[in-house]
Design a binder for this molecule. Structure first.
Ligand code: EPU
Length: 420
């Protein structure tokens, strides 16, 4: 266990280089087991969620070689056995082994995944899709046994444009007989990144990034080289930070189109930005206008930036509203922000009002989940005095080298092992 300690209220200048996308990489690594040869994935973020997937691959006897941001995975001789529950519980993305192993072996045994406690997070749409492809799903005490004599392409309409279900069904359908069409598919950049990876191996997927994805089943997937797309949530987190304490702070190696919804909100807040082909430079303005945020599926405002954004709204002059529509329980950071001096109030479990600007003071706070942790890191960097963020391992799950990246631009921030 770790805590993050921050001495706040310092201007940050220089460059922050964005890493490969967590939510893309955590799908690409399980997708690699579909390959009949070795694959190479580059720009993989060095985060604990990837370490957890590495452990799962090892438990299946895959050959994994990691060297800095490059991971080579050879699953040609993997064994299809039960993934130990302590491993699948470590992260949400373990559910991608459902689609991948079902596709490869027509059978998978796996427990309900872990992940941040931000709502109920059922996987009914994944399971319904597997059944539509011809699989039988049995569940007892959180253990899923999914089997199929064969998988046959079909039309699957998702009730909700779920990221996880869209990717899992692409994985399950990639070697199915015939054509699968997923309608109301999720459109996030990582959906496109995963489809491109599978196509690089010889899959026939079209339409990724639109609401209708077509997958023509193939028998064999060959070796390929693939790169993880830059992380637009990490990008957005640092853009929000820069809007508070940036002095010509440049966020680089990014795809500005992926953060269009955030750029538009920051423009409304009158944050000056210089937007280049693959970078954004921000200097924090003296005052910020309040805005209302409603989280939506991509290209709407991402739920994963809602909590970091809440910290920014504490410094806007006036009343801002947040409507979280994706998760039932993603406001636990507000209690901690209030401890530091914010005035945020929950109107309903999914609606909050924040009135600013308020002076933030360093306090001992608790990271209840990954993006709550990011929200508190930003608050700590703005606040007067010392902030101690407990349960900081959550932050390390999703932000590669956050301590080094922030130290390099002038932050006083350190990671400390608990009991040391
Ligand atoms: N949902 C269902 N049934 C399903 C699937 C989803 O009801 O079968 C509901 C969920 O309960 C939730 C909503 O749909 O309320 C969104 O779920 P979605 O499936 O889109 O999300 P996810 O696959 O569980 C991924 C990311 C999340 C990110 C969401 C939305 C990974 C490993 N996780 O989760 O990332 O919030 O998409 O973009 O890719 C994070 O990075 O902090 C994080 C939580």
């Amino acid at each position: 266990m770790h805590k993050i300690i921050i001495e706040g209220n310092k201007k940050l200048s220089g460059n922050i280089r964005i890493s490969g996308s967590k939510n893309s990489a955590v799908a690409l690594v399980p997708a690699a087991v579909l390959c009949d040869e070795e694959v190479t994935i580059a720009n993989v973020p060095n985060i604990s969620d990837i370490d957890a997937l590495d452990e799962i691959l090892n438990s299946l006897n895959a050959k994994v070689v990691r060297n800095e941001d490059v991971i080579k995975i050879d699953s040609s001789k993997i064994s299809n056995k039960l993934i130990p529950e302590n491993l699948s519980k470590k992260l949400r993305a373990s559910y991608y082994f459902m689609g991948a192993l079902l596709s490869k072996f027509k059978k998978v045994e796996i427990h309900f995944p872990g992940g941040c406690s931000i709502g109920a997070r059922p996987i009914n749409l994944h399971l319904k899709g597997f059944e539509a492809l011809g699989a039988k799903v049995e569940e007892k005490d959180n253990l899923f046994v999914i089997t199929a004599d064969k998988l046959v392409g079909t039309k699957i309409n998702l009730d909700f444009a779920s990221v996880g279900a869209t990717i899992n069904l692409m994985l399950a359908a990639v070697k199915a007989e015939g054509t699968t069409i997923i309608t109301n598919a999720a459109k996030e950049p990582h959906i496109v990144n995963v489809a491109t990876f599978l196509n690089n191996m010889g899959a026939k997927i079209s339409g990724a990034g639109t609401s209708e994805i077509k997958i023509i089943g193939v028998d064999y997937l060959h070796s390929c080289f693939h790169e993880v797309v830059p992380d637009y949530i990490e990008t957005g987190t640092y853009m929000i930070l820069a809007s508070l304490v940036g002095e010509n702070l440049t966020i680089e190696n990014i795809i500005p189109d992926h953060v269009e919804s955030l750029i538009s909100k920051l423009e409304d807040m009158e944050v000056p930005m210089k937007i280049g082909m693959d970078y954004i430079t921000i200097t924090a303005p003296k005052t910020l206008k309040p805005v209302n945020i409603k989280t939506q599926v991509y290209p709407g405002f991402p739920t994963d930036l809602q909590q970091p954004m809440a910290t920014l709204l504490t410094q806007a002059t006036g009343k801002s509203m947040i409507n979280e529509t994706i998760y039932e329980n993603r406001f636990l950071n507000l209690l901690e922000l209030n401890k530091m001096g914010a005035t945020a109030e929950l109107l309903t479990p999914q609606k909050a009002i924040i009135v600013g600007p308020c002076g933030l003071t360093g306090k001992k706070v608790y990271a209840s989940d990954l993006r709550a942790g990011a929200s508190l890191v930003i608050a700590g960097l703005v606040a007067e005095g010392k902030t101690i963020i407990e349960n900081a391992d959550y932050v390390l799950r999703g932000y590669e080298g956050i301590i080094e990246k922030l130290t390099n631009v002038g932050a006083k921030i350190k990671l400390q092992e608990v009991n040391k």
